[in-house]
Design a protein around this ligand. Structure first.
Ligand SMILES: O=C([O-])CC(=O)C(=O)O
Ligand SMILES: [Mg+2]
Length: 624
């Protein structure tokens, strides 16, 4: 697809020349423009192509080269000015869902500008494209539907999944996020309308983790829904039937996994998202040995919480093994975290995982999980069924176990009552309270409740964001214990190392990589995570840790191993900024993007300072 030489056009397709359609022409006499370019659609279709459309920031030269003259008003705006205008527009909407729709429209119109806006304003816009607003968007997806996003694979496509995958325009996919919509956040079964989640997660893969957008593929598998409201909803976008289960379900999933590998090879990361408990564990266990799979709700959530606990203990004191942990909710998130904490305790203290599990207690809808309930427990709960008399509710469990940390992931809003938080505060100087359920409506308690009821002593984190809280004249900044800290960097680490499997050690490495970035200053302020404003730096560090582990385990296929993995990860990250190419030395031999990509670094006599042009490539180029 790359073309060399000066720009020319054939049949409405322009092949580059002195400037490429991805970038702005900033050439000066001493800064020559690039000698390579990429074929793109021209004219009207270029303006309708969100990946390459630059709207009013197409330069005069580009307007000539790409048949845009007259199709745009005369003004040429900088990308910064476009961003300023868009931000003003988004802020004018007071209803979060309208902000969400405005941002989705932008993504559909001018992808680079969407990512620039998101990256530059991550703390403000994360709650719009992600939890909590994305939850409401999924609930109303049918009525707000404008243009399809992602790929839909329904029971109707059984036996034809390869054909569906081939219909997707991008061929070099690196990350797939897939859901079957059965447990969307803490909102339950939203069927096909769960599509908002893979779309949102992948937007974060790009904005927070730097995986290029064209390498990301959101997928929803529609096997029906048991949500009566949706089945009756005239605007519902999915199959109007009850969920397929058993063999029919597993055959469809098997076909999906097989065809993904057939179409994209074995190095595409498949992230399972928001599957119901019963399928989430089974699918992860079934595919992890032979496919590159990651379950965000089990492994991503576990890593972010473990990192938060490690950081919190820096102010509480002691090691993980010195404390007891109580989980409210024994589903995928709760038991996923419990297992990772147990693994870390066993690694730190050189004890068995079984012994480490003794520090961990779970409460489900029937009360504390104890040995006498063994007969009726699902296998993943049995490991935590310790000897103890029965305790029927959460408050009783807090009083009996006296845990240092209380971790909620049951999707039951307001279940951390005043009594529960007071009980935590009476046994701890600094109780650790993590209200992980999403979106905000399902949060176990609010930040204000946690701080007020603990008299300002709680170390609090929540899955969905809360504003800072003033209590007794002191400002408390709640942590957002959300897997968004982990999965973008984790995925980037997998991609840059060419890892072929995901192991628990890689997940542990991600958790440690995040915990290591919590500084003493953060701890002093009561923060257990660094701020999202530096998330790309955080992701690069996590990616480096994950990649290093993959190399050490012999699971990385991208050879040779780069010397400085953090630098390398950073250099591979997609950036939406329009490029300012600074060629220090004109390298006449390099004519095309393909040649640039295949030229060994040491031979690259043309250092460039931005990675923007890397976007269309299927593998990273180090930017010097
Ligand atoms: O999406 C989020 O905010 C976190 C998550 O994975 C979930 O709640 O299922
Ligand atoms: Mg999830």
């Amino acid at each position: 697809m790359a073309a060399s030489g000066k720009g020319n056009s054939q049949n409405g397709v322009v092949t580059g020349g002195v400037e490429d359609a991805y970038g702005e022409d900033r050439a000066t006499e001493d800064q020559p423009v690039t000698p390579w370019a990429v074929c793109v659609a021209s004219g009207h279709s270029l303006l309708r192509d969100p990946r390459h459309n630059k709207g009013l920031s197409f330069t005069e030269k580009e307007r000539d080269a790409h048949y845009l003259r007259g199709l745009l008003p005369p003004v040429v705006l900088s990308q910064d000015l476009q961003e300023k205008r868009l931000l003003q527009n988004v802020r004018q909407f007071e209803v979060p869902l309208q902000r969400y729709m405005a941002l989705m429209d932008l993504q559909e119109r001018n992808e680079r500008l969407f990512y620039k806006l998101l990256i530059d304003n991550v703390e403000e816009l994360l709650p719009v494209v992600y939890t909590p607003t994305v939850g409401e968007a999924c609930q109303k997806y049918g009525s707000i539907f404008r243009r399809p996003q992602g790929l839909y694979i329904s029971l109707k496509e059984k036996g034809r999944i390869l054909e569906v995958l081939r219909n997707w325009p991008e061929k070099s996919i690196q990350v797939i996020v897939v859901t079957d919509g059965e447990r969307i956040l803490g909102l339950g079964d939203l069927g096909c309308q769960g599509m908002g989640i893979p779309v949102g997660k992948l937007a974060l893969y790009t904005a927070l983790g730097g995986v290029r957008p064209s390498a990301c593929l959101p997928i929803t598998i529609d096997v029906g829904t048991n949500n009566e409201d949706l089945l009756k909803d005239e605007f519902y976008i999915g199959l109007k039937q009850r969920r397929a289960t058993g063999q029919e379900y597993s055959e469809l999933l098997d076909e999906f996994m097989t065809e993904v590998r057939q179409n994209y090879g074995q190095k595409v990361l498949v992230q399972f998202e928001d599957f119901a408990n019963h399928n989430a564990f089974t699918l992860l266990e079934k595919y992890r040995a032979n496919h590159l799979v990651f379950n965000d709700d089990i492994q991503g959530t576990a890593a972010v919480v473990l990192a938060g606990l490690i950081a919190a203990l820096k102010s509480v004191g002691g090691t993980l093994a010195d404390h007891a942990f109580l989980f409210f909710g024994a589903g995928v998130a709760g038991t996923g975290i419990a297992e990772l904490v147990a693994l870390e305790i066993s690694r730190q203290g050189k004890v068995s995982v079984e012994e480490a599990r003794q520090k961990i207690w779970l409460v489900d809808s029937k009360g504390l999980i104890v040995a006498s309930r063994n007969e009726t427990l699902q296998p993943f709960k049995k490991r935590y069924a310790h000897e103890h008399e029965p305790v029927k509710d959460l408050l009783g469990a807090v009083k009996a176990i006296r845990p240092t940390a209380l971790i909620g992931s049951a999707g039951v809003g307001r279940s951390f009552t005043k009594e529960v938080i007071e009980a935590m505060s009476s046994v701890n100087e600094r109780p650790i309270i993590l209200a992980l359920s999403n979106p905000t409506s399902q949060s176990e308690c609010t930040a204000e409740e946690a701080y007020t009821w603990s008299q300002g002593r709680a170390i609090f984190g929540s899955g969905s964001p809360f504003d800072p809280v003033k209590y007794n004249d002191k400002l408390f900044v709640p942590a957002q214990a959300n897997n968004a800290y982990i999965f973008p960097g984790f995925g980037l680490g997998v991609v840059i190392s060419g890892a072929v499997r995901v192991t628990d050690d890689m997940v542990l490495a991600a958790a440690e990589g995040l915990a290591d970035q919590v500084t003493p200053e953060h701890i002093d302020k009561g923060l257990i995570y660094p701020p999202f404003s530096i998330i790309r730096k955080i992701s690069a560090n996590i990616a480096a840790r994950v990649a290093a582990k993959a190399y050490n385990l012999g699971l990385a296929s991208q050879l040779p191993r780069p010397k400085d993995l953090v630098n390398y990860a950073e250099s591979c990250m997609y950036t939406p900024y329009l490029p300012i190419l600074q060629m220090k030395d004109n390298n006449a031999e390099l004519q095309t993007l393909d040649e640039l990509c295949t030229t060994p670094l040491e031979e690259l006599r043309m250092p460039i300072t931005v990675s923007t042009i890397v976007e269309p490539l299927c593998f990273p180029v180090i930017i010097v």
